[in-house]
Design a protein around this ligand. Structure first.
Ligand SMILES: Cc1cc2nc3c(=O)[nH]c(=O)nc-3n(C[C@H](O)[C@H](O)[C@H](O)COP(=O)(O)OP(=O)(O)OC[C@H]3O[C@@H](n4cnc5c(N)ncnc54)[C@H](O)[C@@H]3O)c2cc1C
Length: 479
């Protein structure tokens, strides 16, 4: 299926607007709100029966810092520079420095913008790192800011912000964002799927062909088209071609809309896609503080990371470097039956027995645990710098080994973070960095600002909303 139609082949347009947005998740809503605020006549087309997308399934954490009112109220010092230092370090290699600079400089203003859209944030901190608060509290460490090695690079500050709601944050956040779109009177055409970009012979994007109730319609976009149609985690062929490691995950974080169409149509118009092999990967067994007292082992019976860090760092290192073949070791004092569905695969009275039963190389697990327990007793993790509070000797038998191997069906979840290369204002760029005239992209249709290291829970919604807003303003400025 070609995703480009030539302008000369379109006999007439059924409708004309200034700005046409394809997709109504966090990115599309942010684009539309800002383009409308800048005076543009905006139309959003959404393939689903309602907007929301993956954003409405999410935990709803938004990565913001530099001294937000919540950070200040909860007693955390942060600054643009501190946030920049952290994000550059955690996101490298391949981090987009220009975008990260803009993101940090604009983060406090971005927080206030959300509040202006009607999204409330309680001025409170929640002390379980990683996932969203189970309460209506707001602020949470979401990227290992207070863990080695990052705590030596920048002053630790939590930056995950969840809207004030006891339930999961994403559905509530998107309900409020869609209400804001409605309040601004922005027309949204649901059950309408973007099918092809309309492009002139001069390469200028002129509109979009959409399909609704089996009928095709051509819509002209005078100022530009913004692709905000999500990523490609639901497209198995694209995952196999571009992200074969990520393709191993057992739980795909997305909706059927994450079929990569936005990326492919952008490429067909001349855009280039970057960092397509990368993803955010979460391993639920790492969430609560309690489990961080355990030890992650690879198939060689060795540790490979500080277990107290952000679960996404463990997930990414575990999948990309250890092939997703991990085990979690706990002792009787640290094990909690039923915690995040914890079930031991093997239980033994000694490390020697456990090593044999689980089939680790001879002497490996025993040696690993001898070092670990010696370090824990001394209060210093000589290998990975795990924090003292989580570094407890595992010396109370029986010992439990939880099977976290992706090959055995353990839950590993993920979504794509690669996509179209865009400027800091969301313009789609070709390989040489030239813009594709009047074509913009935001959210997971575009490559996220971070490079190899995903910046942490909240970075995707943060990137989608922040750079979605910039794309909305930039496209509205065109004449
Ligand atoms: C369970 C879960 C938890 C998560 N938790 C977090 C979190 O706490 N913080 C965080 O930052 N990220 C989180 N994420 C990731 C985050 O939700 C997504 O990366 C983000 O929502 C992407 O936003 P988006 O606007 O690009 O895409 P979406 O929100 O998916 O919106 C894209 C929209 O485009 C529509 N669309 C697709 N194709 C077309 C087409 N051809 N024509 C018209 N419309 C189309 C889709 O139907 C969809 O509504 C989580 C994801 C999941 C699933």
């Amino acid at each position: 299926m070609t995703s480009i139609r030539r302008l000369r082949e379109i006999p007439r347009f059924d409708r004309e607007v200034d700005v046409l947005v394809m997709g109504l998740g966090m990115a599309g809503a942010s684009v539309a709100l800002e383009a409308k605020a800048a005076g543009a006549d905006v139309l959003v087309v959404e393939r689903g029966g309602a907007g929301g997308g993956a954003s409405a399934l999410s935990g709803g954490l938004i990565y913001m810092g530099g001294g937000t009112p919540v950070q200040k109220a909860a007693g955390f010092e942060d600054s643009e520079e501190n946030m920049f230092k952290f994000l550059m370090a955690v996101s490298s290699p391949g981090a987009d420095e220009e975008k990260i600079r803009a993101y940090c400089e604009g983060s406090v203003e971005h927080f206030h913008w959300f509040e202006k859209q009607g999204v409330p944030f309680k001025r409170s901190f929640y002390d379980e790192p990683g996932l969203e608060p189970r309460t209506d509290d707001c602020l949470v460490y979401t990227s290992g800011e207070d863990c080695a090695p990052w705590n030596t690079i920048a002053v630790p500050a939590p930056r995950g912000h969840k809207a004030q709601v006891v339930q999961k944050g994403g559905p509530y956040l998107m309900k409020l964002m869609l209400e804001a779109v409605g309040r601004e009177g922005i027309p949204v055409q649901t059950d309408t799927r973007g099918e092809a970009l309309v492009v002139g012979d001069d390469g200028v994007v002129a509109g979009l062909v959409v399909k609704c109730a089996g009928q095709e319609h051509a819509i002209r976009a005078r100022r530009g088209v913004v692709l905000a149609a999500g990523g490609f985690i639901m497209n198995h062929e694209m995952c196999r071609q571009h992200a074969p490691v990520l393709d191993k995950v057992t739980d795909r974080n997305g909706t059927p809309g994450d079929d990569g169409f936005g990326i492919r149509v952008g490429q067909a118009a001349g855009g280039t896609a970057i960092r397509m092999h990368l993803g955010e990967v979460a391993l639920p067994y790492t969430i609560p503080n309690q489990l961080a007292k355990g030890v992650y082992l690879n198939t060689k019976g060795r540790r490979f990371i500080n277990e107290d860090t952000y679960h996404g760092h463990i997930g990414i290192a575990g999948l990309y470097h250890e092939q997703g073949e991990l085990y979690l070791l706990l002792d009787d004092a640290t094990f909690r039956r039923g915690l995040v569905g914890l079930q031991p695969g093997w239980v033994a009275e000694t490390f020697e027995e456990l090593e044999v039963e689980a089939g680790f190389p001879q002497g490996s697990l025993v040696a690993t645990m001898a070092t670990y327990n010696r370090d824990a007793a001394a209060g210093v993790d000589t290998l990975f710098g795990k924090r003292r509070e989580r570094l407890v000797p595992l010396v109370t038998p029986p010992y439990a080994l939880v099977d976290c191997r992706v090959s055995q069906g353990a839950i590993w979840s993920g979504f794509t973070i690669g996509g179209l290369r865009t400027s800091v204002d969301g313009e789609v760029l070709d390989f040489d960095g030239q813009t594709i005239p009047r074509l913009f992209a935001a959210g997971r249709t575009a490559a996220i600002f971070s490079g190899h290291g995903y910046a942490g829970s909240g970075a995707s919604l943060g990137d989608a909303s922040f750079f979605g807003r910039r794309a909305g303003r930039a496209v509205a400025r065109l004449s």
